[in-house]
Ligand binder design. Structure first.
Ligand code: ZN
Length: 150
């Protein structure tokens, strides 16, 4: 029952991804590529001091990777850099371990079913790997980095 609802949310976000646009005034960006599935995405983040003001992405990928990027960008706004990295850790735990689902994840917990499909884990984490690179890369006018999930 619950998993049907989760699947619906993932499907909805993959069909109508939120924040799917380029961002002219982003001051952080990175590109991600998952060769196992062919998912590609370009992430834009606008930081104001330590705060994530806005996040968006463009790309082409499977339903899981698109929904993950959509829900991630939605979840990031208003968080500090540190909080964003903590969320990343929790999301990674959700997908790769058997630990109980953390309530802090909010809507992101819809991806808990993906842990049963190891081949899809990289699809779900692609956006997050890319985020890590965007947040840790050079600031303002630095070059975009490309992350490959291998
Ligand atoms: Zn994929």
């Amino acid at each position: 029952m619950v998993h049907d609802l989760y699947q619906e949310i993932i499907l909805d976000h993959s069909k109508r991804p939120r924040n799917c646009r380029t961002m002219e005034d982003a001051n952080r960006h990175a590109e991600g590529y998952n060769p196992l599935c062919g998912d590609k995405l370009k992430l834009f983040v606008k930081m104001e001091g330590d705060l994530v003001k806005d996040a968006s992405f463009v790309g082409s990928g499977c339903a899981i990777s698109t929904a993950s990027a959509s829900l991630m960008t939605e979840s990031l706004k208003g968080r500090t850099r540190q909080q964003a990295l903590e969320l990343l850790e929790k999301f990674h735990e959700l997908l790769t371990t058997d630990t109980p689902v953390s309530q802090d994840l909010g809507k992101l917990m819809v991806f808990c079913g993906v842990r049963d499909y190891p081949a899809r884990v990289k699809c779900a984490t692609l956006a997050w790997h890319t985020l890590k690179s965007a947040l840790s890369g050079p600031g303002e006018h630095g070059p975009a980095e490309t992350v490959t999930t291998e």
